[in-house]
Write a protein of this length. Structure first.
Length: 396
């Protein structure tokens, strides 16, 4: 596989700095969920149900706020949005360690509502800074950066919480989020292609069509399967008295995704996000039937793991290629909302299956549901039309 596609992307003005800042910016964001959970359980001495309610409130706020922030980016630009959201994050994370539980829930909801649009905005900027023919490599790099942040952020939050305290961890998260806002405010990457004609207002009916809605559904099913896989791995290792290997197994799974993303970004052409997601789901379904110890589970996760980053980057590229310039921020925000919804639904669904039938059936159920959703989406996807004068080619 040639490295030249990556060299060409990284040689473009501003792209290297954007990817570096984006990787660092996502680390505190990926650690917020576990930080809030540990604070409620360890800091406030409450149960996981109460911790889950705080996390759910934050998630609901983020799901609502993501497309709203994207729409404001389209209309007002990046800097005003990051100025407001960074100020809200500063206020919340400074006050959160001292809030009583009753105030922490609405506080987490507001913090989620004003979440910094790091994921969507960075992808929007990357799409604007990189020519269409190089989007596959650029979005593959972005997906690999997301994997790295998810490997570092939660682990760092746990280490700080156990080594120091949840109060210290919350302050560190706050500092990280403020640093993120300041860095992106200063960097101020472009959100549209230079010289591209952008309408002041783009009606949703002009771009929010069945094909795009289908794509959001596929993105939600992707995170549903990935989150279920993570929870099922934890449950399977626990049932096999191999909990001590959980970190290694999940770390290898993330490593497979990095390898897959790296290979995919160097290919001459991409694949349909429906195809990649469907195959990933099909490979996930039989993972639970593997026996013989944790090392066999590591091997069973290889096929689906290799497709995680490629499938995610393909959904991002497809959104970018099917939306007019004046609505890409809102569309990326809706994409982020879809990812959050899929992950949120996976928790209770996987937990119910694991409790009633065991982790092996959770793998099977998630994979089967994912394949079914992709098959349902296929007719709508094929009938979808891309925006006029869109230079991006999205394979079917």
């Amino acid at each position: 596989m040639a490295l030249e596609p990556y060299r060409r992307v990284l040689a473009l003005p501003g792209v290297r700095a954007l990817l570096l800042v984006g990787t660092l910016a996502r680390i505190p964001m990926t650690g917020t969920g576990i930080t809030l959970t540990l604070h409620v359980v360890n800091g406030l001495g409450m149960g996981f149900l109460q911790a889950g309610l705080v996390g759910t409130a934050n998630l609901i706020g983020a799901a609502i706020g993501s497309p709203l922030a994207g729409r404001f980016v389209d209309q007002r630009g990046l800097r005003p949005v990051f100025a407001v959201t960074t100020a809200v994050q500063l206020a919340f994370w400074c006050c959160a360690p001292w809030l009583p539980y009753a105030a922490l829930i609405p506080g987490a909801l507001i913090a989620g509502l004003f979440n910094q649009p790091v994921f969507g905005a960075l992808r929007q900027c990357l799409g604007a800074m990189v020519p269409g023919e190089r989007h596959q490599s650029a979005f593959a790099l972005d997906s690999m950066a997301v994997e790295v942040s998810y490997m570092v952020g939660p682990a760092l939050a746990v280490a700080l919480s156990t080594g120091f305290s949840t109060t210290v961890t919350m302050y560190v998260v706050g500092v990280g989020l403020v640093g993120t806002g300041v860095a992106l405010y200063a960097l101020n990457p472009p959100t549209s292609i230079p010289g591209e004609e952008i309408a002041e207002t783009v009606p949703r009916r002009a771009w929010l069509r069945p094909g795009l809605i289908t794509l959001f559904g596929v993105a939600a099913s992707l995170t549903f399967v990935l989150t279920t896989t993570e929870l099922s791995v934890v449950a399977m290792l626990k049932s096999g008295a191999a909990t001590q290997w959980t970190g290694l197994v999940l770390g290898l799974w993330c490593g497979y995704s990095l390898i897959g993303g790296f290979v995919y970004g160097g290919l001459p052409r991409g694949f349909s996000p429906l195809l990649l997601t469907g195959v990933l789901c099909a490979f996930t379904a039989p993972v639970g039937i593997v026996g013989g110890g944790w090392w066999w589970l590591c091997l069973a996760l290889v096929p689906a793991g290799l497709l995680c980053a490629p499938a995610m980057s393909a959904t991002v590229a497809a959104v970018n290629g099917r939306v007019p310039a004046g609505a890409r921020g809102e569309a990326m925000g809706l994409h982020g909302t879809a990812l959050l919804i899929g992950g949120a639904l996976a928790g209770p669904a996987a937990g119910a299956v694991v409790d009633s039938h065991g982790p092996a059936w959770a793998f099977a159920a998630a994979g089967a549901i994912g394949v079914a959703l992709v098959l349902i989406a296929l007719p709508f996807w094929r009938d979808a039309k891309r925006p006029v004068a869109d230079p991006v080619s999205v394979p079917l």
